[in-house]
Ligand binder design. Sequence first.
Ligand code: S3P
Length: 427
Amino acid sequence: MKFTRIKKLRGEVTVPGDKSISHRGVMFGSIAEGTTEIRGYLQGADCLSTISCFRKMGVDIENNGDTVSVHGRGLRGLACPDSDLDCGNSGTTMRLICGILAAQDFAVTLTGDASIRKRPMGRVIEPLALMGAQIQSRGGNSRAPLTIRGRALHGIHYTSKVASAQVKSAILLAGLYADGQTRVTEPYVSRDHSEIMLTHFGAHVCREGTTAIISPARELYGTLVKVPGDISSAAYFLCAGLIVPNSQILIKNVGVNPTRAGILKVIEAMGGQITLLNERTDCGEPAADILVCSSSLHGTVIEGALIPTLIDELPMIAAMACFAEGTTVIRDAAELRVKESDRIEVMVQNLSAMGADVEATDDGMVIRGGRPLHGAVIDSCQDHRVAMTFAVAGLCADGETKILGAECASISYPGFYKDLETLVDRG
Ligand code: S3P
């Protein structure tokens, strides 16, 4: 797919539903009693993988393209699937399902695509094994495929080395089945959608500082889940609106949960003009419409507790920093190396190909902004966030930017290129 410089972006866009919240709606609905209706479900490939895994475990799930109805089977009602569960490209699917399977009375193998079979799974295997589950890495070196045999579980207090909502959520889900309270302490608070939604389903979950605490549950209760737009998808329009001259975009119904909305703080710190309108909270999740206008940006430092609140937006933020005056430093973000691709290497390689002054560090990047970018051939490495980032960068670069594997955007945002095109004002 090819992109060239445009004059301005104008108009309104509604981004698809939040990926993290969509996954959780199907997972929690599957182990609840009664029906869960999920409105605004993301129809991206990752969330479809979650639906297909739970259907294979006997859950009746209707998907009409926006609303998904999950006819739950209760905490212990899942059926043993007749073949492996394929999680595709989705880390959230694989890691969270591990927490549920840790307590079922059957054995299952979880597998997925080439990328997910390279990603670290020891981070969920270790705590779930401490709780009593039996998990074997068939890929070796704690990599998928994973075979899980459910067992009676014990409550633990686990201190995680990484701030990861996938790890935290897997442990909390196993904690529903444990014989006592389960606690997870993280270095920094990661996204708290599981805590919010599990509470909504009737579980007892609370937080003390960076520790999430769950009590064993007798039942979860099916409910209505309204999914706000995904701020990680909105990020492409937020940044495009800031760096394409003469632009003004209204992005409607974006989830702005503070554990996810770090990009808004970074935009403010860089001098970007954004306004939150119509702020509200639905099903415990804050949402707003966001108005963004082209702005002169300057560099900033992004580190520490802020990192987990914008981890998926860092590729786009790194590209945006090329258009800011001065230096932007991203540190404490070594997690970028174990995402769908090594996002530090892939971003530095591709931004350098476009003429940016950018350097990789062990745990981040240093970007010296202000140098004009030129078109290049970009290898997305089948990483959806890389593909979408360079579509935006290509709109502000001289010459032609060609993205290889651009269609992988459908992992999290099936209509992305069409939505971007509708904002292009050629007048
Ligand atoms: C997610 C958590 C984050 C994020 C991923 C979705 C979730 O991963 O990068 O896209 O839904 O819990 P980590 O838990 O590995 O940080």
